[in-house]
Design a binder for this molecule. Structure first.
Ligand SMILES: Nc1ncnc2c1ncn2[C@@H]1O[C@H](COP(=O)(O)OP(=O)(O)OP(=O)(O)O)[C@@H](O)[C@H]1O
Ligand SMILES: CC(C)(COP(=O)(O)O)[C@@H](O)C(=O)NCCC(=O)NCCS
Ligand SMILES: [Mg+2]
Length: 185
């Protein structure tokens, strides 16, 4: 059975990756689908996000990456998917997700929404949190894959003084204000 995992993924986090990995154990194929949303101003272009997700999921044979516009259920029907996979972190997610699931059911009775509960260690984690931390020079190495950390730091370097240049070829990426000399007490 094919499942779509739709979302913004701006950028992909370890929380998303956890849902993708667990979903890939449950379904024959998982399509991670980035919504082309003209109403949002994302940090990363759709193309960048697709590449970030692709690099994060090379170890998963039955995971595909795609972008779509319009209604998710219509995209799911075109893709021959029967399931929309979504993650739940908290009650706040539940309210929004339940409304979305019910709305989608009115649009297509064929497609079911399946929720996976977040893993404990990622229950606080969102793309917004990652961007907020990176914007202020904090470390996001424990929150996103290394190449995504690098991309994200780069986005925020143009208007900041970087005392520790970001490494480009390692798995540990240096946050903007990680130098103790730069820290103001
Ligand atoms: N840490 C996480 N654990 C489980 N599910 C998650 C986690 N982060 C996001 N999700 C789920 O992934 C799907 C796509 O979410 P989305 O792209 O909005 O990410 P987000 O982290 O919520 O970003 P934003 O802060 O921009 O809303 C949603 O179903 C969301 O509930
Ligand atoms: C893309 C998404 C799944 C939400 O993703 P998000 O959790 O990243 O905000 C939702 O906004 C969506 O399905 N948008 C496409 C339009 C649509 O199908 N709307 C009806 C369901 S509310
Ligand atoms: Mg969200």
């Amino acid at each position: 059975m094919i499942a779509i995992y739709p979302g913004s993924f701006d950028p992909i986090t370890l929380g998303h990756l956890d849902i993708i990995e667990r979903g890939s154990q449950l379904f024959s194929q998982v399509i991670v689908a980035v919504l082309r949303n003209p109403n949002k101003t994302p940090l990363f272009s759709v193309q960048q996000r697709l590449e970030q997700i692709r690099q994060s999921t090379t170890h998963l044979d039955n995971v595909e990456i795609d972008a779509f516009e319009g209604l998710t259920v219509e995209y799911a029907t075109r893709s021959k998917a029967k399931v929309l996979l979504r993650g739940l972190r908290a009650i706040s997610d539940f309210e929004v997700e339940l409304q979305m699931a019910h709305t989608n059911k009115t649009l297509s009775t064929e497609i079911e929404t399946v929720f996976l509960a977040t893993s404990n260690e990622y229950s606080f984690l969102s793309s917004s949190v990652v961007k907020e931390i990176a914007r202020f020079g904090g470390s996001i190495n424990h929150l996103v894959p290394p190449h995504v950390a690098l991309d994200t730091y780069k986005c925020f370097t143009h208007n900041q003084t970087v005392s520790n240049p970001i490494k480009t070829d390692t798995t540990e990426v240096t946050p903007l204000n990680s130098s103790p000399n730069k820290r103001e007490m």
